[in-house]
Write a protein that binds this ligand. Structure first.
Ligand code: PLP
Length: 391
């Protein structure tokens, strides 16, 4: 590999075994619609996460959409969602013409603030209009404070959809991330910790609901020999070829987590302790897959903005990105109600302003990571003189 090859934020990392399952599908001519690989991947996912069932679809977004359908979300219903996330968490709310309400993060996990959630639910109850669901996102691999969030939601009898697209394999109090809510969502998009090139899954202990999701994902065909339909369906089911990639990837998931965590550890060793730099915390009693190494860079303390780091890395063909832009700051969600962590403190605004994601691929070489660290340190060194000038 040449030295100036681009270093990506997170690129696909195949094991080689994927081809075996794809070949099997070809040999059996089980190209479509379903087959061994779809069944096999669903079993693997259920087993790995210790849940009753899993169902696989064309994307994580499709899985979230189906979860909303299963919870009977329709026009005018409220759905709460973490504000600091990728737009895919919230888009399906709009597909159903439901009303999104956005909830801030808290600083310990960067995920949904129990305090803000409680305020929002109390207010919704007083208005006589509770949400049909709360979508809780586990950012960059770190689980949200699920016990607290569940307790609050149970008080109000509102189900949780756990968007675990980024936290496959992570745990919270020894239990797999994505298995705390009524439904959990995973994604196998190209940049995730494992990938099928594109795909997603729902996991749940409610196997009847998963069967309903499979039904909805294959055009909602009634049980009749002619083509009969009584409700709106979707073409969301994962193909047997794609599922073959997933079976091979599941075999190396734990290895990928170890590799991503090593990447994190190396960044941590090199940069932690520098004034103004703070890594996304790993909550006590939780285990993050460290899908992406995320940190904040305080411009006042370091003399360097996250944009300067991104620019410097970009000039050396290294991809780094700001943290997700919160949904309440997006033009798409203009005017949408937002509950901040404290009445006057919005954590997600801070994380967006200072937050940065570093290249974190499980296939990134040590040499490449040294190069990333070198350019970050160099930029910080330049920043020091800015700090001195201002004091
Ligand atoms: C990737 C991602 C999704 C969507 O998954 P797709 O498979 O790309 O549709 C949803 N939520 C979050 C937080 C994600 O990072």
């Amino acid at each position: 590999m040449s030295n100036d090859q681009r270093i990506f934020l997170s690129s696909p990392h195949m094991s080689g075994n994927e081809q075996k399952y794809i070949k099997e599908a070809f040999d059996l001519n089980w190209i479509a619609p379903l087959g061994n690989n779809v069944d096999g991947l669903e079993k693997q996912l259920a087993q790995y996460n210790s849940v009753n069932g899993a169902a696989v679809f064309t994307s994580g977004t499709a899985a979230i959409h189906l979860a909303l359908k299963l919870l009977n979300v329709t026009k005018g219903d409220k759905v709460f969602c973490s504000s600091l996330t990728f737009v895919a968490s919230a888009n399906p709310i709009l597909y159903e013409d439901a009303t999104p309400i956005l909830i801030d993060s808290e600083p310990d996990t960067w995920n949904m603030s129990p305090k803000a959630l409680k305020r929002a639910l109390v207010e919704a109850k007083n208005e006589g209009h509770l949400p049909k669901a709360v979508i809780v996102v586990n950012l960059y691999g770190q689980s949200a404070k699920m016990d607290e969030l569940l307790e609050i939601c149970e008080t109000f009898n509102v189900p949780i959809i756990e968007d675990a697209a980024e936290s496959l394999g992570s745990t919270y109090k020894g239990q797999k991330s994505g298995t705390f809510g009524k439904f959990g969502v995973f994604s196998f998009n190209g940049n995730k910790i494992i990938t099928t090139s594109g795909g997603g899954a729902l996991v749940s202990n409610d196997t009847d609901a998963l069967e309903k999701a499979r039904f909805l994902s294959t055009q909602a065909r009634d049980k009749a020999i002619h083509y009969q339909h009584s409700q709106v369906g979707y073409n969301y089911r994962m193909s047997n070829i794609v599922a073959g990639v997933g079976r091979g990837q599941m075999e190396v998931l734990d290895e990928r987590i170890t590799q991503r965590r090593s990447v994190f550890d190396r960044y941590y060793q090199a940069l932690n302790g520098i004034e103004g730099i703070a890594f996304q915390p790993e909550l006590d009693n939780s285990f993050s897959n460290r899908w992406l190494t995320a940190l904040t860079i305080d411009v006042e303390a370091t003399g360097v903005s996250k944009e300067e780091i991104i620019k410097e890395l970009g000039e050396h063909n290294i991809e780094a990105r700001p943290a997700w832009k919160p949904m309440h700051l997006q033009p798409l969600f203009k005017g949408v109600k937002y509950y901040s962590h404290d009445e006057n403190i919005s954590i997600s605004d801070y994380l967006f302003e200072y937050g940065l994601c570093l290249p974190s691929g499980s296939n990134m070489s040590g040499v490449d990571q040294e190069k990333v660290i070198y350019h970050i340190l160099k930029t910080l060194e330049k920043g020091k003189s800015n700090v001195l000038l201002h004091t």
